[in-house]
Write a protein that binds this ligand. Sequence first.
Ligand code: 4AD
Ligand code: MG
Length: 478
Amino acid sequence: MKRTKIIDIFRARTFGFEVNVKGWVRTSRGNKQVTFILLNDGSTMHSLQIVVDRTQFDEALLRRVTTGAALSVTGKIVESMGCEQNADLVAKSIEIVGDCDPVRYPLQPKRHSLEFLREIAHLRFRTNTFGAIARIRHAVTYGIHSFFTSKGFVNIHTPIITASDAEGAGETFRVTTLNLENPPRNSQGQIDYRRDFFGKSTNLTVSGQLEGELAAMGLSDIYTFGPTFRAEKSNTSRHLAEFWMVEPEMAFYDLKDNMNLAEEFLRYLLNYTMSTCMEELKFLSRRQGEEEKNKKPEERSMELLRKLDYVQRFEFMRLTYDDAIEILQDLEPSDKEQFKYQIQYGDDLQSEHERFLVEKYFRQPIIITDYPKEIKAFYMKQNPDGKTVRAMDVLFPQIGEIIGGSQREENYDKLLNRMKELGIPEKEMWWYLETRRFGSVPHSGFGLGLDRFLQFVTGMSNIRDVIPFPRTPNNVEF
Ligand code: 4AD
Ligand code: MG
C-alpha cells in the first residue's frame, strides 16, 4: 500500500478509509487493553494518534514500539474523539522499520534545553521546535525565490571559491591544496601561492556581490542566494561562520529605489511566512511565551505573531548616520548608562545602539543611510561631502542589522582612487573595474542574512538554532 503523509490525513477531513503511514514514535502510552502511539513523520507539527487493540498484536512486537522507533502502520482512519487532531488511526498491522534502544536514545518525551539539543543536532529534527524551524526555513527560501521571480529577477549562481575579499574585512577562510607542513616558498621565503591549485591565493567567498554586479550590468535585475563564509571571531548569538545570504543587485537603481525594494521584500517575506506557516508560528509563539515566564516583564519580548504583524504595519523609519549619532549623543545620562560603549562620530554602531534605536527610541524598523566611508566597504558610492557613502543598513528589533547594502560607485576614477587608498590591488580586480569603463550605470543592491531573518520570524534567541548545522568558532561537529 502506498504511504500517506500525516499532514494529508489531517487535511482530508474524511474518515473510514484505509491508509499506510510511516514515521517515528513520539510517545507510546496506554493500559493492558489498548496502546496509544503518537507517530510523527515531519510533514506537520502534529502527530497522528494510533490506537492499538493489544489483544490483536504480538506482545513482543509491541514491546519494540518505544520512543524514537520507526514504524510503518496500516489501518483505518476514524474521526478522533477529544484529541487535538481530527483523525486517529486504528491499527490493523504494525511493522517495526527501525528499532530504537530506549535506554540510549537521548530524546525523551519532555522539553529539552536548546543547548542540549545543539549537542544532538543529528537528532533534533525529530523535535517539534526544530521540525517547525526547518519547515519555516524552507518556506522562507521558497518565498525569496518567488518574490524575485515575480519581479523578473534572474538568480545567478556566484562562485564559492574566489580570489577576492569583497567586504575587505580580511575575515576569509583560505582554500588551498598546498601541503601545510611544508609549503613551497619563493625567493623571499614567503609561501608561493603560484604553486597552489588555482595559481594564486584563494578563499571562501564572503559575499556574492561583486560577481552579482557583473551580472546586473547585462541582465539588469539579478540576485544571488547562497552560503557565505566569514572567519569572524565574534562568538555571539547573531553570528555564524557559515551563513546564507540573498543579494539582489539592480542596474539603474539609486539608494532610494534600493531602500524601497528592501522594505517591500521584507514585508513580502513576513507576509508569506505568516500565510504559509501559521501552525509553526503559533507553536513557536507558545514556546517563547513559556520560556519567558521566568523573565522580568520589562525583559520579555512582544508576542511573536503580534511582533510580525506590528513590524510590517509601519513604514520603516529612514534616517542618516549623522542623525542616529546625534540622537544617541543627546540622550539623558540615565539612558546612556545602559550602553557598554559610548559612541563617537565615526564609530560603527554597536548592536546595543542599533537595538536601542529600534526597540526603545523609534519602536519600529529603521534604515540608517550615509555612513562614514571609513567604516564601510570600498565599493560604496561616495557622497559629494567627501566623508560619507551611500550605504544603508536595515535594523530590526531583537536582531539589529538584518540587511546591509548600498548604491555602488559607478565612476571609474572615484572607485579606483578609493581602492588605492585602501590598498586593494587593482590588478586583481581588473574585471570589476572594467564594468565602470564599458557602459557603467548607477546601480545598487543589498544583502539579507537569511539566518538573521529566520531568527526574527521564529523568535529564537540564538542564531545556532535556526540553521541545522551551525558553524561557529570551535564548533564544526556534524
Ligand atoms: O552587511 P554585510 O556584510 O553586507 C554584504 O556582505 C554586502 N556584500 C551585501 C550587498 O550589498 N550585496 O552582510 C549582509 C547581511 C547582514 O546585514 C546580516 O544580516 C548578514 O548578512 N550577516 C551575517 N549573518 C550571520 N552571521 C554573520 N557572521 C553575518 N555577517 C553578516
Ligand atoms: Mg553590514
